[in-house]
Write a protein that binds this ligand. Structure first.
Ligand SMILES: Nc1nc2c(c(=O)[nH]1)N[C@H]1C(S)=C(S)[C@@H](COP(=O)(O)O)O[C@H]1N2
Ligand SMILES: [Mo]
Length: 379
């Protein structure tokens, strides 16, 4: 029989579902979600700031829709998993000695950095999809830099803990002592973690998967908006209401020393091309639409001989960082890249980019510049 304080302590240890058995199993799910989130996040960053070696295709047109949907869903799924994982290891986080041997310092340090970085990534990511920025730093730069910190700390954490993880995975989930009834079993904790992760995933998946839309309670822009497509930044917010309806409006196209201005009616009188392409926002929501307008290649051909090169699109919007974008040649030569004039069979709503906007295949929404004023072939 156990006597005194000792017995109480050991009994408490046995009766809790906390410990490496739960931590390692939740950790595998959490680690997988974080890895998926990291890879899809890197992709999105590279598409927006392409290094010279980076290659991103124009087809399939829905690929970015899937990778960025995955980025946001895996990040949101990671939140309940992280909470359960922290709960499972919580008493150990404060075990003594706090410092200790060099290996222990590495172990402790990597956990502190890992927890901090992952909490930072998940919370800023979540606030970003809600378009709520209660901070002073620039979200994308901080989120990108911290991703490397998180993944580096995760790699150190995994290698330091590998023996413990291996051992814990081999141990059964069933509590060893049949006499002892835990308040909550390890299996129940794992089931709860799994259900919470699935529920969290459902709460955002609907913003990109149409038949799950009803469940998308965490998705602020899942289906509403003029002409059946959500709006990220409205014309009023961008301050371009008047210039867009100005009768003197011209879309200027520049290629080398050739330059030409087009009224909206002139654009409408050129051959019209249709394309079915999604808007896929970096925030994870996406929506397919039927577009029509002038194929970019057709428009360039009116101005001169386009012999290749990336293309810059400028908006009437003069403030803000979304007023211009650069389209790589690979997308520029695609038949479905349009200077769009209609969406879903109707004249483009002012909020969707009237008088005209860029729509290109397999691109992040943020690069689908609205309210075009200028197109320039870069040397
Ligand atoms: N000029 C301009 N174009 C823009 C934006 C903007 O703020 N300004 N927002 C972009 C973003 S982030 C997205 S997701 C898409 C959304 O297009 P929509 O509002 O027509 O759905 O437009 C893009 N084009
Ligand atoms: Mo976006």
């Amino acid at each position: 029989m156990r006597i005194g304080g000792q017995a109480v302590t050991s009994r408490l240890l046995v009766t809790t579902a906390r410990g490496p058995e739960v931590a390692s199993r939740v950790g595998i799910a959490l680690g997988s979600a974080i890895l998926l989130c990291f890879i899809t996040g890197l992709l999105s960053h590279w598409i927006q700031h392409p290094p010279s070696w980076f290659w991103w295709p124009a087809h399939p047109v829905w690929l970015y829709r899937v990778t960025q949907g995955t980025h946001v869903i895996s990040g949101v799924v990671a939140i309940p998993l992280l909470l359960v994982k922290l709960w499972a290891v919580y008493p150990r986080l404060f075990q003594r000695p706090i410092i200790g041997s060099p290996l222990r310092i590495l172990e402790r340090g990597s956990i502190a950095i890992l927890v901090g970085a992952v909490l930072f990534q998940l919370s800023t990511g979540l606030l970003n999809i809600a378009q709520y920025y209660p901070w002073k730093f620039f979200f994308t730069t901080a989120h990108y830099a911290m991703a490397y910190v998180a993944i580096g700390a995760l790699a150190v954490h995994l290698s330091v803990k590998l023996p413990i993880i291996r051992d814990a995975l081999q141990r059964s989930l069933v509590e060893p002592d049949p006499e002892v009834r835990p308040h909550i079993s390890r299996r129940a904790v794992l089931t709860g973690a799994g259900l919470a992760a699935v529920a969290a995933g459902f709460a955002v998946a609907g913003q990109t998967i149409p038949f799950l839309r009803w469940a998308a309670v965490l998705a602020p822009r899942s289906g509403h908006g003029p002409q059946g497509v959500p709006v990220n930044r409205s014309a009023v917010a961008a301050g371009i209401g008047e210039p867009a309806s100005d009768p003197g409006y011209r879309l200027t196209v520049t290629m080398g020393d050739r330059k030409r201005g087009f009224t909206r009616d002139e654009l409408l009188s050129l051959p019209q091309t249709r394309a079915r392409l999604p808007i896929a926002c970096v925030e994870g929501w996406s929506a397919g639409a039927d577009w029509s307008g002038v194929r970019l290649l057709d428009l360039l051909a009116v101005v001169g001989d386009y012999s290749g090169g990336d293309i810059r699109f400028r908006s009437l919007e003069r403030t803000g960082i979304y007023g211009s974008s650069v389209l790589p040649q690979r997308h520029a030569i695609d038949d479905s890249t349009l200077v769009a004039l209609t969406i879903n069979g109707e004249t483009l709503d002012l909020d969707h980019g009237y008088p005209c906007r860029l729509i290109a295949p397999n691109r992040p929404g943020v690069l689908q510049t609205k309210w075009l004023s200028e197109i320039e072939v870069l040397p």
